[in-house]
Each structure stands twice: as structure tokens, then as C-alpha cells.
Design a protein around this ligand. Structure first.
Ligand SMILES: Nc1ncnc2c1ncn2[C@@H]1O[C@H](COP(=O)(O)OP(=O)(O)OP(=O)(O)O)[C@@H](O)[C@H]1O
Length: 333
């Protein structure tokens, strides 16, 4: 659906985007995560040619946008909606007219506009706010207007530029749910950029991690959480799923302390109970967490295992075979 082919964007001596290759599938919610300055916004803006790549191609639905004239690009851009962190609404226009504005710009008739705006208001849950001005709305409501406006001309792709970064966690969750609904019911491909792993966890199917203009890791979101390949990805994951054991819990222990990572079905099985039945060990749970990603559990448990050395070794081997990963955090001397 969207092919980003070896795209580079340079500003004087800054390589904001550096040889990025990505394929985004139709109907996907694709996240791009990175710290400030990683090049996310620039890459996103290259997708609808708000920024023209210095090198490389943007191919959407088999059409190479980088090969089109300015006028042709303007036409293609109508098939790509965009929403922004700070909403970019017209403050002097009411909600209804903010949405009608993009329909007018696309040359829609008065009748079409009168039919379409109420549909859009209903879709984003703002039917009763049509006559309000942006200043009379909450941040979440403003973003809903932004979404309605972006969907007005029935785009195939929706680009989201840090769309929830200005919102509180509850409002963020409701906007993400709305985006998910739009993706599922209208089949629109969504590309979103964010610096928050929680946003990726909540709605993305796949994600690319960016650093210094480059994509350093791309994966299905669950796989990325379960098996991160780079330090930066691990840092992002730790913001959502991580366990740090207080130092004092490591002192005076009688057996090894192990961290067990469970994924998929193994997170829901009674592996610890079965270990206790099979081997003469005691398992003392010190810390634990289960995170759900795309409705699949990813669990981490930190336990102390005590008993005879041989039994402990057998128990560790058994747990290792049954789970995704086991790491001995502290062994007894
Ligand atoms: N118009 C511009 N002129 C010059 N340099 C730019 C321009 N836009 C971006 N840059 C530079 O390109 C790099 C990437 O910026 P970009 O905004 O794409 O990163 P980002 O990951 O989206 O960060 P943020 O989340 O802070 O917006 C930065 O070093 C930035 O200073």
C-alpha cells in the first residue's frame, strides 16, 4: 500500500531522514516511534509530500508521488488525511464549518456537504457540538474535530502526527479507541508517529523504531515487545513493561533469583504450580507483571527458588523449556 523506498531528507547539513525503506500494508495501523529529533515528523510529512524527499520514492497504491507534478500531488493528498498534535483547527469557524471547509476545498457541492458533515460528526461522537467554536471544546473534542475533518474526503490513508501527545491518558485512550474503530470499520490504513510506547501497545499492529534519521528495527508489535533487538527498543519497552527489584530484596536470599518471561499461551499456564509438583523446591514470588499487547499476554515474573542444588537446577531447566526466557538475576554464593 505505502512503499517508502530509500528515502532521505536533508536540511543543509542535517540528515533528518536517512535512507529509510519501509513497506506499510493496506489496513494496517503502523507506528513509528523514536525520541525527539529522530526524524519521525519529517518522515511522516514525506508521505504526503508536505516535505519532498531529497532522495528516494514514496509510492502509495502503486503511484509514485515523488514523480508527480505539484498539482497532481495536491490531488493525491486529498486521499491522505492528516491529524496533528495541536489539532490545527480554524478558531474563527464553528465545528461544523471546520469540517465543511475541507469538503469545500475538495470541490464538494452544498448538498454533499450538508449530507456528509453530520455523518462525520456522528462518527466522532460530536453531533451535539456542531455549533461550538474550537475554544469551547476540550482537547479530546478538538482532536475529534481534527479526525472528522481528516476523514471528510474519504481518504485511504490517515497520518497521525503525535495526535495524542497533548492529551491526558484517559482522553488519549478514547482517541486511540476511535482511531482503532475507524481502522476496523472503514479499513483506512493508519500511520502514526509517537514517542510513547503505550500508544504503540494500545493500537499498532506493526512498528518501526527510529534513531538519528534511520529505522533501526521493524516488527510486529507483540514480537517487538517479546524480543527487542536494540537497546533503544528495550528502553521504550521498559516504559510500559519492566520490573525493577529493590536492592534490599536481593540481600539474604537462600536460593537463586530468576526472571522468567512468559509469552502467548505460556503466560496463562500454571507452569510454576507444575514445577512445585514435579520438583522438591519452593518458589517465592518477589515481583510480577502481565502486559496485554493486541490481546495477547506478555508476562514477567521474578522469583526466588530454594531447595537442594540439584532440584533447583532441574526446576530451572524445566521452567526454561516451558517458557520464552529465563534469566538468573542473582545466584547464591
Ligand atoms: N524544516 C527544517 N529545517 C531544518 N532542520 C529541520 C527541519 N525539520 C526538521 N529538522 C531537523 O531534522 C531532525 C529531525 O526532526 P523531526 O522533527 O523530523 O524529528 P522528530 O523525531 O519528529 O522529533 P519531534 O518529536 O521533536 O518532532 C532534527 O534534527 C531537526 O532539527
Amino acid at each position: 500500500m505505502i512503499d517508502i523506498v530509500n528515502v532521505t531528507k536533508t536540511y543543509k547539513d542535517v540528515k533528518a531522514v536517512d535512507q529509510v525503506d519501509l513497506k506499510i500494508q493496506s489496513g494496517e495501523i503502523f507506528g513509528i516511534i523514536g525520541y525527539s529529533g529522530a526524524g519521525k515528523s519529517t518522515l511522516l510529512r514525506c508521505l504526503n509530500l508536505l516535505e519532498r524527499p531529497t532522495a528516494g520514492q514514496i509510492v502509495i497504491n502503486k503511484k509514485d508521488l515523488t514523480a508527480l507534478t505539484k498539482q497532481e500531488v495536491r490531488k493525491e493528498r486529498q486521499k491522505i488525511g492528516m491529524i496533528f498534535q495541536h489539532f490545527h483547527l480554524i478558531s474563527s469557524k464553528k465545528v461544523y464549518d471546520n469540517i465543511a471547509f475541507s469538503l469545500k476545498a475538495a470541490g464538494k457541492s452544498k448538498e454533499e456537504i450538508q449530507k456528509r458533515v453530520p455523518e462525520l460528526l456522528e462518527m466522532v461522537g460530536l453531533t451535539d457540538r456542531a455549533d461550538h467554536y474550537p475554544a469551547q471544546l476540550s482537547g479530546g473534542q478538538k482532536q475529534r474535530v481534527g479526525i472528522a475533518r481528516a476523514l471528510a474526503n474519504e481518504p485511504k490513508v490517515l497520518l497521525c502526527d503525535e495526535a495524542t501527545s497533548a492529551l491526558d491518558p484517559t482522553t488519549t485512550a478514547s482517541i486511540l479507541q476511535l482511531l482503532k474503530k475507524i481502522n476496523e470499520t472503514l479499513g483506512i490504513t493508519i500511520v502514526l508517529i509517537t514517542h510513547e510506547m503505550e500508544v504503540v501497545r494500545q493500537i499498532c499492529h506493526r512498528v518501526a523504531v527510529m534513531e538519528k534519521g534511520r529505522v533501526i528495527e521493524v516488527n510486529d508489535v507483540y514480537e517487538l515487545f517479546a524480543n527487542p533487538q536494540t537497546e533503544l527498543t528495550k528502553q521504550f519497552i521498559h516504559t510500559v513493561h519492566s520490573l525493577t527489584l529493590p536492592e534490599r530484596l536481593l540481600i539474604g536470599r537462600k536460593g537463586p533469583i530468576v526472571q522468567i518471561n512468559f509469552r502467548g499461551e505460556s503466560a496463562e499456564e500454571s507452569i510454576i504450580a507444575e514445577t512445585l509438583k514435579k520438583y522438591a523446591v519452593l518458589v517465592n514470588i518477589l515481583h510480577g507483571q502481565i502486559t496485554y499487547i493486541q490481546d495477547r499476554p506478555l508476562g514477567t515474573l521474578i522469583v526466588e527458588i530454594t531447595g537442594e542444588t540439584l532440584e533447583i537446577q532441574k526446576a530451572i531447566q524445566y521452567i526454561t523449556n516451558r517458557t520464552d526466557q529465563l534469566e538468573v538475576l542473582a545466584d547464591v554464593a
